[in-house]
Design a protein around this ligand. Structure first.
Ligand SMILES: C[S@@+](CC[C@H](N)C(=O)[O-])C[C@H]1O[C@@H](n2cnc3c(N)ncnc32)[C@H](O)[C@@H]1O
Length: 322
């Protein structure tokens, strides 16, 4: 029986029919680099500071889940001289767009389909809105019992038993806070993803920007995005609407700690951008273009837009002593 996780995997990543293979996400949602170049400027400043703090010379900067390369295009000119940049993108269509956009302009660029293709080394791995696009299992309370959501081949949703033993602990915890009919997404991809990052990164930092929070004991319902709205029906339009589950940053911190990553920074996107001096990258004039530019930045900072809804996590990793 196909779980919702299997359905989400196919809907987003089927090489022919998957959302990320055939649709440009900005038709359905905007990500921070599409909103304003100041996001990339602050991020570049922070990446450069991390390279200095961690004494990473000629750093390798790996952008995971780079989409069509829009963020890389803005970041690359602002990174420290000597930095080598690697775009990692699972969707072959998006990777081809990123390569066409970036390769003619940036000589020191590597494009890869997955972290598994990379050799271990020092550096920084970072992502923007990657982890929330990992396929998630969905639990639902029904008749006082926590069950798992399945989607059959005709798109009909139904509930069934837990498909994996690892879900049992999540179901026990969720039983305490899920109300009847409520749903809760469980991202089991975080641990294997971090294991891969830990293999690639012998020493350095992992910086994650994503929708989410330290969830604690609260439901985390999965969501769909279609034409800048949030439709209720998750299994409608397979391959034509985005599916996503907010990130439980506690999970990233906990799983990272088990692999030798230390918590270096955690905060809201607004805090990260303000501390990083976003004001330095905004126009100060009164022309219509300047006023519009400053208004666009408000979406990045406003608590109910992206400012508090997105979080930034930095974890660092030292070389194992040996
Ligand atoms: C929401 S988009 C974000 C794109 C870009 N980072 C941005 O900010 O505009 C998520 C991207 O991550 C990619 N992705 C998902 N899982 C991946 C993985 N395991 N490795 C590399 N890329 C992945 C998807 O194909 C998609 O392009």
């Amino acid at each position: 029986m196909p779980t919702f996780r299997d359905f989400m995997e196919r809907s987003l990543y089927d090489p022919k029919l998957g959302y990320y293979s055939r649709r440009l996400p900005r038709a359905d949602f905007y990500t921070a680099p599409q909103l304003h170049p100041a996001f990339a400027q602050v991020l570049a400043r922070r990446l450069a500071a991390l390279c200095r703090e961690l004494r990473l010379d000629r750093p390798r900067v790996i952008e995971a889940g780079a989409g069509d390369g829009a963020l890389a295009e803005q970041l690359l000119p602002a990174l420290p001289a000597g930095a080598r940049y690697c775009v990692v993108e699972r969707s072959a269509a998006a990777l081809a767009l990123a390569a066409a956009r970036l390769k003619p302009r940036f000589a020191r660029l590597d494009c890869r389909a997955g972290l598994a293709e990379l050799e271990p080394g020092d550096g920084i791995v970072f992502s923007n809105e990657l982890v929330d696009s990992f396929p998630a299992h969905v639990l639902q309370m029904e008749g006082g019992k926590v069950r798992e959501l399945y989607v059959d081949d005709s798109g009909r949703e139904f509930l069934g038993p837990l498909s994996k033993p690892q879900l049992r602990a999540h179901a026990c915890r969720a039983a305490a806070f899920l109300g009847e009919g409520q749903r809760h997404a469980v991202n089991l991809e975080i641990a294997p993803w971090l294991e891969e990052v830990a293999r690639v990164l012998t020493r350095g930092a992992l910086l994650t920007i994503d929708y989410g929070a330290k969830m604690g004991a609260a439901p985390n319902p999965p969501r769909a995005f279609y034409r800048h709205s949030l439709p209720d029906d998750l299994s409608a339009r397979p391959g034509r609407q985005d599916l996503t589950a907010s990130v439980d940053f506690d999970e990233l911190i906990r799983a990272g700690r088990a692999l030798g990553f230390k918590l270096h920074y955690y905060g809201s996107l607004a805090g990260f951008l303000i501390e990083g001096g976003i004001g330095d990258f905004l126009p100060t004039g009164q022309s219509a273009a300047d006023v519009k530019s400053r208004a666009q930045v408000k979406t990045l900072l406003h608590p109910e837009a992206m400012g508090e809804v997105f979080k930034v996590l930095i974890q660092t990793k030292e070389e194992p002593r040996g």
